[in-house]
Structures are given as C-alpha cells and as structure tokens.
Design a protein around this ligand. Structure first.
Ligand code: ATP
Length: 904
C-alpha cells in the first residue's frame, strides 16, 4: 500500500471534514476489510495504553525493608553484634531477610491476582468490518476502523465523528469538565481546545446519551489519553477498611511494645541491677515475640486470593473494599431481565383488535407457527404487517451460523421479534432493501419505545413504533381492524388484554405504525407522540433462571432480602417474581406510585414491597437512598448509563459484564461476567468467607505473638532464665508465618455461612470476644511453653534441652490451634473439620518437617543450641498441643451453649 494511514495526531483531525478524515485514513463508511485491519494492527500495534510503570523488582525488594519493625530488628542486630552475640545477629539478619523475601513474594502474588482480574474487564467495541457490524475487543481497533457508539459506551479510541445523533459525551477523564459535551459533525477551528472539538470523540470518555459513528484516527499511546499519560485502567488500592484497621492496630501495638520493652530494660538494669547486655537480649526477645510482623502482608494475600477465587466464579471485584461490604449486605436489588431471567425471549402470543393468536416454538430458531384455539392460521395481510413492523423497527441482528444455530447480536426482546417475522415467512434482509430505514429513535429505558422511519423506492413513507403498551396507548388514536382499515382506539380492550398477558408472566410489547410523507427524512419525538395506529400486542416469554430461584432462596435464608426492580409491566413483574420467590403475596409498586411518595412514607412502605415495576434508573437511586436511610446495606445491579448514579450510591454497585455498558461497569464495585443473579449470591457468600478467613487468621496469628510475649514477660518478672532466646523466638515466627498462617487463606466457606444473618457493618474487629479469645490462647500457649521448660529444668535435662522443649511446645500448640482456627465458633470435631483442608494438612506437614530439622539437624543444633528429644519428651509436647486443642474446642462449645457469639 502507498501512503500509510496516519496514527499520530499530526493532523488536526477536528479541522478536517468527515470525508477528508475518511480519505486520509483510507477508509469508508462500510469499514475496513478484515485483512486490511489485520495489516494495520501489525503496523500500529494493539489499541492499548502501555501499562503503568511499575517499580522494578530490585526496587520493590529494597522497598520491603522500609518497615518500622525491620528497622528495629536491624538495630537489634547491630547491638547484638556489638555485644558479640554473633549467632543472634546472624539469626536476626536472616529473619529480616526472610521477612523481606516473603513480603516480596506475597506482594507479587497479590498483584498478579489483581492484574489477572483487571484483564478480565477488557472493553469491547462495535465496528464495521467488511461492511458488517461486528463486536471486537477494543484492543484490536486500528486507525481507519469505523466505530459505532451508543449511550453508555466508553469511547475506545480517538474518533473523528461521521454521523451524530443527540450525542452527549462525558469528557471529565480528559478535560476535567463534569458536564457532558454536546457533539456535532461540523469541523472546527484548527486551534480549538480539546474540550471544544465537537466533531471528535476521545478515547476514555463516556457516551452519556445518543448514538454516533466515527472513524478511528488514533489508537493506543497515540490517543489524547495516551499522550497525557492518564491510566485507562482503574487503579486498585490494595486495602480495605479491615486491612487499614489491622495495619493501624499493628502499628500501635509495635509502638506500645517498644515503649514497654524500653521500660522493662530500664527497670531491669537500673532498678534490679541486672546485666545490661543480658537485659538487652531479653528485650530483643520480647519485641521479636510480641510484634505481629507478617499480619498485614498475609492479610493482603488472603484478600487477593479470595478476590481471585471470586473472579473464577464470574464475580469480578473492581474495588477491594467491596469484598468486605458484600459480607454485610442486607438487601440485594436486582434487575429482572437477564439477571433473574434467562433473557432468551420468545413471542408466545399475538393480540390484535380482533383475535388472540398463540405462537409455537421456543428460542430464536424460527420453527413454529400461529394458532387460533389450536387451529393453524396462515399469515394474512394483518399478521404480515405486524411482522414487518416488528422486524424493521429493530436494532438487533439474527443470523444462522454455519452449524445451523441462530445467533443474536443485540437486544433479546428484539431478537424475539425477528424470529416472529421469520415464522410469518418474512425475509428481513429483503425487507430492509425494499423499505430502507431513513431514521430512528433508539430504545431507551426512559421513554420505553423505539421508532423507525422507512421509505420504499416509490417514496412512500411509514413510521413503525414499538414499546411498552401503556406508553403506546397514549400515542395511538386508532387501531388496525381485521380488514386492514383503521378504527378508533378501544383502549379498554387493549388494557384488558395487556393485563391478561402480563398475569401469565409474559413481557409486553405493543406495535404501531403510521404513514409518513415522502419528504420526511428524520424522526423526532413529536412525530410519534400522537395519531399512531395500534397494530398488535405481543406477549414474550422470558423464563426465570433455575439457578436464580435457588440463589434467591439462599439469600433469604441468609437474612438478605431480595428486591426486583424492573422496567417491565407490574403484572408481568409480579408473576415472574412469584416464580422466583420474590414478593410472594406482596403488592408490586410501580415507578409512578413511587413518585407519589415522599421520603418518609417511602421508607415506611419499603419493607412491605419486593417488586418494583415500570421503574426507571432515577427510581433505583431513590430506592437505594431510602433503604440506606433505614440502615440497610444495599447491593444494586444495573447495566445502563443511567444506572451509574444508583450503582455509585449503593454500598455494592453490581454491573452486568455482558450486556452492561462501560459506564455502568465504571461506576460499579463488582462486575458480573455472566450477568447472573446466582453469581451475586455467590459473591456474597464468598465475601462473607473472605471476611471470616481474615478474622480466623487474626485469631490464629495474634495468640502466637501473645503466647511468646507472655513467656518472655513471665521470665523477666520472675527473673527466670529466658525459656526462648531471641533467635528462637524469630524461628517460631518464621516457621509459623511461612507455613501455618497462610493455610487459612485457602479455607473454603463454612457450611452454615449462608444460614446466618449479615454481619453488622459497624461491627468492630477487636470486640470483647476477640480480646478474650486471643488472651485465652496466649495464656494456654505460654503455660505450655513455660510449664514444659520448668519441668525439664527440674528433671535436670539442662537448659538447651528445656529450651528445645519450650520451643517445640509452642509450635505444637499452634499446629493444633490451627485446626481449631478453621472454625471460629463451630466445632471441628468432624471428618471435614479435622482433615477437610488440604492446605492445612500440607502446612502442618511442612511445619513438622521444619521442627524435625530444627531439633535434629546438626547445623541447626549448632545455630540454635537445640538438642534431640526422646519419645517421652515428644509425647509431652504433643500432649501440650492436644490440651490447647481440647480447651479451645471447649471454649467454643461453651460460647455456643451460652449463645454468646454475635452471629447465629
Ligand atoms: P430490567 O430492568 O429488569 O432489565 P426490562 O428489561 O424489562 O427490565 P426495560 O428494558 O427498561 O426493562 O424495558 C421496559 C419496557 O420497555 C419493556 O417492558 C417493554 O415493553 C419495552 N421494551 C423493552 N425493550 C424494548 C425495545 N427494544 N424496543 C421497544 N420497547 C422495548
């Protein structure tokens, strides 16, 4: 090819006319050919922004040293070195290093998990290729591609607009201007500022409303967004309220411990007159023992792994704090179509002014026929007129693929209408040639109709209109009679028929038409507001998803109310709701009724309503606000651009990944890859499980530090020889944090998790129960450690042997306590409770191997002064662990017995 199309903005694209821009890009309105697009893709590279610069691995490793605790440990290493305790210096430095490496690996793990999730959210673009509309991954776009935009889309590349219909674009990402900018076709001054270039749509901005097409003039780093280096991908902060709480807690704890340690040192040396060097070693042991160094890092890993697990089940978390909020959700407000129902629509009934026809067949395949009271009816002129309107006033495309199955691109409601037309024997492509579309008003949930204007080749014009019956009844003055004439509209008849169809759970559409003049080439609202002729009503079946029925029941058991908010007819909504177990026996409320209520009365009636019909996005926002005002934690689903405010306002905004707009996804915390209600219920369960695992981990980890600290403190208080040297304390910390603690990250949801009520959102982490449990287990561990240490000393086995016993006792207690920790309140006395987690068993095995090495490997013996233990000693060690296990279970039993636990 001669001149390559331009990628960079060396052209002032906004200064060119649409045609000039097309010419420069060597493209046309029917788009590039697939081959040409592939060639250009090779030349220009994918339409992606270079990933944000990350710190290099070395820097990231070094950054791990930047931690108060590690500073303290390094200072301790320095002092021990000065004192000549070389072994301790070595071990402390090794501990620092191991900490750094673990932190480094864990951070990498967490980041990879989140990266993988980010990649799941890659946007799509609708383009013209080879003269056909096609949906492709946005990163496959090349300069010269023709992109079609609709409301809610994120503009996928820089575009020179070619056609524009009421296009409003939110350009805040680029210009900072919060009001949407109105776009038009006319080219502008070459020196116009970015925000004034009305004929351009820039990558990363959002289509607030309207439709447009445009030719790609720049992709990837060549776009304006790429040039200002803004990040297209959202940045995940790797923290949540609970994590922040813990981080703060460990910082305070570290400070408190430091002060305590210094006081102990001062007291010991100056008051008790102890040897400063020895006292210093004690204090180092104490700090090493008491500070939970691995806590925040490990919690991040637990969170990231949980989020990854959720992504595997189709719930993509865009903002990490949502994981915690999910666990305390009390109300889920869900859309109906596609989320609770299958979104596989089939027209089942067709009602005209004179008769009611049944339509047979299921799915999009056009196998089926029309029946009147079981007798076959051949399509007549009246039926063909309805079918023609249905398939022409339609933005979807239904095609048969090579394998013979029917594939739909676009709205399933419209797909059902194409199938209807095919069943009537119409051929849509031929029709489209005979009656090409001159203009249209696309469907929006707000106005609930779609209209299109067509002209045949003789210049006869016709307007087709389809939409919600209530809406169309206002727009029609006549109805088509059996002989093709027009009668005055019998609104009562149609209302009765509509109610009848809706009560069967069918989704309703009315279809109307009107002749238009040859000269009319554009369509406005005023053209369809009156004097239309109603042709028919169609009833469309959209069965509930089986899994949604089960998920609704599960949520209700879990104390979560499920509300359905739909644009559908009240009767349809109630009928479908009843099949799903939502709002059974309760009245449905329509958007119009909702509008009549003030805030207070709305709040009062809300608990008694579960089905909201004919509701629009503003109603969603009001509902969220009213429920939040009553103290509910609300999850709200949405897909359209206008749902964004409600999604943002909800505690957990849930966007549809498949049919949802980019605008909705950006506003949401969670995106459902499969648009399925069951996935929301699954995400709530997973959210609860992650929160539980974090709590379990804290409950497991803190007593380790508590127990060791108590051992050292008791030794100092009673002026005993230290049962654990600083090096040994660090060994315990390492062994347990590398092996045992991590196992809890893989803990699956507890069986009864969805049988208990939601967690109170303001439930403090360090509740009285937490303090009690940590203290109890700390005391038990300290008791086991000191007890065995003193017993051994009394038996005269020597200090090193006694210390080996103390260390093994503490570790063994933790091994057993890890099993206790798999359930916070429930008993683990079951096959699943004891052996159900492979991660736990593996961790225990690894830990035991490390302990065997510690006790028997000569280099370890040299380093830590450990000595071999005999069978009797091992028995005592295991018995100590077992005792902790039994007492911990007893405590749970007591709590269950006395019903002291906060949650069911
Ligand atoms: P949900 O909010 O649960 O997704 P919904 O899909 O039924 O509900 P809308 O898409 O807002 O809500 O549809 C509302 C009404 O508008 C429908 O009941 C139908 O009568 C009408 N309608 C739906 N789709 C179209 C369309 N493509 N063209 C014309 N009218 C439509």
């Amino acid at each position: 090819m001669g001149n390559a199309p331009s990628q960079h903005s060396d052209h002032t694209w906004h200064g060119l006319t649409a045609q000039q821009a097309l010419d420069t890009q060597q493209s046309s309105t029917s788009g590039l050919s697939q081959e040409e697009a592939e060639l250009r893709l090779q030349r220009h590279g994918p339409n992606r922004l270079p990933p944000p610069k990350r710190r290099g691995p070395l820097l990231r490793l070094l950054y791990q040293f930047h931690n108060v605790l590690l500073y303290m440990m390094m200072a301790a290493a320095l002092v021990t070195a000065l004192l000549g305790h070389w072994v301790d210096t070595g071990v402390i430095l090794a501990a620092v290093l191991i900490n750094v490496v673990i932190g480094f690996i864990q951070e990498g793990k967490a980041e990879n998990a989140l990266d993988a999730i980010r990649n799941l959210l890659s946007p799509h673009a609708l383009v013209m290729r080879d003269g056909e509309r096609r949906e492709i991954d946005a990163d496959q776009l090349v300069p010269g591609d023709i992109v079609l935009l609709a409301s809610g889309d994120k503009v996928p590349a820089d575009l020179r607009l070619l056609s524009v219909k009421n296009l409003l674009v939110e350009e805040a990402a680029l210009t900072g201007e919060s009001l949407p900018a109105e776009k038009s076709m006319a080219h502008c001054q070459a020196d116009a500022a970015l925000g004034d270039r009305r004929c351009m749509a820039y990558s990363g901005t959002l289509v607030a409303s309207g439709q447009a097409s445009g030719v790609v003039v720049a992709t990837g780093a060549g776009t304006e967004l790429g040039r200002i280096g803004a990040m297209l991908q959202q940045v995940q902060t790797m923290t949540t309220p609970l994590l922040r709480q813990i981080e703060q807690f460990s910082r305070w704890l570290a400070l408190a411990i430091l002060i305590f340690a210094m006081a102990t040192f001062a007291l010991g040396t100056f008051w008790h007159g102890q040897d400063p060097a020895e006292m210093f070693m004690m204090v180092v042991a104490l700090t090493a023992a008491a500070i939970p160094e691995g806590l925040p890092a490990l919690m991040t890993v637990i969170l990231a792994l949980g989020v990854q697990r959720m992504a595997g089940r189709n719930a993509i978390v865009r903002r990490l704090p949502a994981v915690e909020t999910l666990g305390s959700v009390t109300v889920i407000c869900s859309d109906k179509t596609g989320t609770l129902t299958r979104n596989e629509m089939t027209v089942q009934r067709l009602v005209s002014a004179s008769r009611v026809l049944d339509v047979s067949g299921v799915g999009y395949a056009p196998t089926g026929a029309f029946h009147l009271d079981a007798a076959l009816v051949e399509p007549d002129a009246a039926l063909l007129e309805v079918a023609r309107a249905a398939t022409l006033c339609n933005d979807a495309q239904l095609q048969q693929d090579a394998a013979g199955s029917w594939r739909l691109q676009g709205d399933p409601t419209e797909g059902a209408l194409h199938t209807l037309a095919l069943k009537a024997g119409l051929d849509t492509p031929t029709l489209n040639q005979q009656l090409p579309r001159s203009d249209s008003i696309p469907f929006e949930s707000e106005h609930r109709f779609m209209a299109s204007l067509h002209h045949d080749h003789q210049g006869h014009g016709v307007i087709y209109l389809k939409g919600a019956p209530e809406r169309l009844l206002e727009m029609c003055s006549g109805q088509r009679d059996a002989d093709g004439g027009v009668q005055p509209l019998d609104a009562d008849y149609w209302r009765r028929q509509a109610t009848d169809l809706a009560a069967r759970g069918l989704r309703l559409l009315a279809i109307a038409s009107r002749a238009a003049s040859a000269s009319q080439r554009s369509l406005s609202f005023a053209d369809v507001e009156q004097d239309m002729t109603l042709l028919a009503l169609v009833g469309i079946i959209d069965p509930p998803r089986e899994e949604a029925i089960a998920a609704v029941a599960e949520c209700q058991r879990a104390g979560i109310r499920v509300k359905m908010i739909t644009g559908d007819h009240a009767e349809t909504a109630r009928a479908i709701g009843a099949q799903l177990g939502i709002g059974v026996g309760l009245p449905a409320m329509t958007g119009a009724e909702l509008e009549l209520l003030d805030e207070r009365s709305l709040r009062e009636v809300l608990p008694g309503v579960e089905v909201f019909a004919r509701a629009s996005p503003e109603h969603k926002l009001r509902l969220v606000q009213a429920m939040q005002a009553s103290g509910e934690v609300v999850a709200m689903t949405g897909d359209g651009v206008n749902d964004a405010p409600a999604l943002k306002r909800a505690d957990v905004g849930v966007a549809m990944g498949d049919k949802g707009t980019e605008a909705a996804k950006e506003a949401a915390e969670v995106v459902l890859a499969d648009d399925n209600f069951a996935t929301i219920a699954g995400a709530v369960r997973e959210g609860r499980a992650i929160y539980d695992n974090l709590k379990k981990f804290i409950l497991f980890a803190l007593p380790t530090n508590g127990g060791q600290a108590l051992i050292v403190i008791i030794a100092i208080l009673f002026q005993l020889t230290l049962p654990l040297t600083p090096a040994q304390v660090l060994w315990i910390n390492m062994v347990t944090s590398v092996t045992l603690g991590l196992a809890l990250a893989f803990e699956p949801a507890e069986p009864g998790l969805m049988d208990r009520p939601p967690r109170a959102p303001n439930e403090p982490l360090l509740s009285g129960f937490f303090v009690w449990r940590v203290l109890l287990v700390s005391l038990l561990m300290a008791g086991a450690g000191i007890g065995l240490f003193l017993w051994e000393l009394q038996q005269g086995t020597g200090l090193d042997s006694a210390r080996t016993m103390a260390l093994n006792a503490v570790v063994m207690c933790e091994v057993f306590y890890l099993i206790n920790s798999r359930r916070i309140f429930a008993s683990v006395f079951s096959l699943d409770g004891l052996f159900g987690s492979r991660a736990v068993l593996l961790a225990i095995a690894a830990c035991l191997v490390l302990q065997a090495l510690y006790t028997y490997a000569p280099p370890m013996q040299r380093l830590f002064n450990s000595t071999p233990l005999d069978l009797g000693q091992w028995t005592r060690v295991v018995l100590a662990g077992l005792a902790v296990f039994v007492i911990a279970e007893l405590e749970k039993w007591l709590i269950r017995r006395l019903r002291l636990q906060p949650n069911g």
